[in-house]
Design a protein around this ligand. Sequence first.
Ligand SMILES: Cc1ncc(COP(=O)(O)O)c(C=O)c1O
Length: 333
Amino acid sequence: MNDFLLNQPRIELAHLPTPLEPLPRLSAELGGPEIWIKRDDCTGLGFGGNKTRKLEFLLGAAREQGVDTIITLGGVQSNHARQTAAACARLGMTCQLVLPQVVARSGVDYDQNGNILLDRLFGAQVFVVADEAAVRAELERLTHAAASENRKVAIHPPGGSTAIGSLGYVAAAFEIQKQLQHRDLAFDQVVLAASTGGTLAGLAAGSQLASWNTAFYAACVAGDAAKMQSDLDALLAELGNITDVPSAAAESIVLDDAFLGDAYGLPSPAALEAIELCSTLEGILLDPVYTGKAMAALIDMVRRKRSDAEKILFWHTGGAPSLFAYREDLRKA
Ligand SMILES: Cc1ncc(COP(=O)(O)O)c(C=O)c1O
């Protein structure tokens, strides 16, 4: 890892390195290139996922600044909220989660099971609010209350996607580069889900710093590719400022919103098929919001021969706890 990363405040939270494994039965089923998987669903903390890598740096910075209360945002079934709650429990910090009802979903499974059940188990204070306007009011109320109690607050954006959070994935690029060298392996393409873009930005910037030569194909699961592009550009610029990454990082990225389905948080038939294929062929759990849609993109790419890659890496970013919130959709699948 480079000196800049080594000098950043960081708290060890994740089980690293995460495994890098082949998916032989899925590859055979699709009859295409070799497909491998990077298991960031196995980062360990509170059922794992990609946010744990970001939280190592976000909470490292927070602790250095004397912060004792983390407030963060996300949908009702936010994986980021759940991993933040677990990390705060581990560090003895107060965790306040403001969760707007941004997905057109309700019912006992969605509102009480999956991630939100775990948020509460980890001792987080959970505030479900109607919309973005209510988020602002709630944030104001919580920051006032903290000030009156002399608590020091850090507010983390959805997905923990600041440049500091993305450093978790800059470090992940160094991690996989080492694994690839060790096994004498290379991938032409990395496929992953992108929502706030922090994971993708970190990996792309990290691939430049670690001299890991690959291309990224990101399935946009939270909105259209144009919005993703502008969020990504902003993050890459910020990361460039702190790490000196050449702006060329952006050139290795394709953004595709064709697998979003009806909207963020609503399962698509292709995502449900991807979930079923990976669970029945490889014993691997994807989720209907993020990784199911990204795997649907990969499957389509292979079936339609849209890629000439000989080896593809699927970067699993976690999310399986939300399966329990989507029980009805999965039963039908
Ligand atoms: C399971 C899962 N995969 C992928 C993502 C997308 O990561 P990012 O927000 O860094 O683009 C998220 C973020 O919420 C997630 O929870």
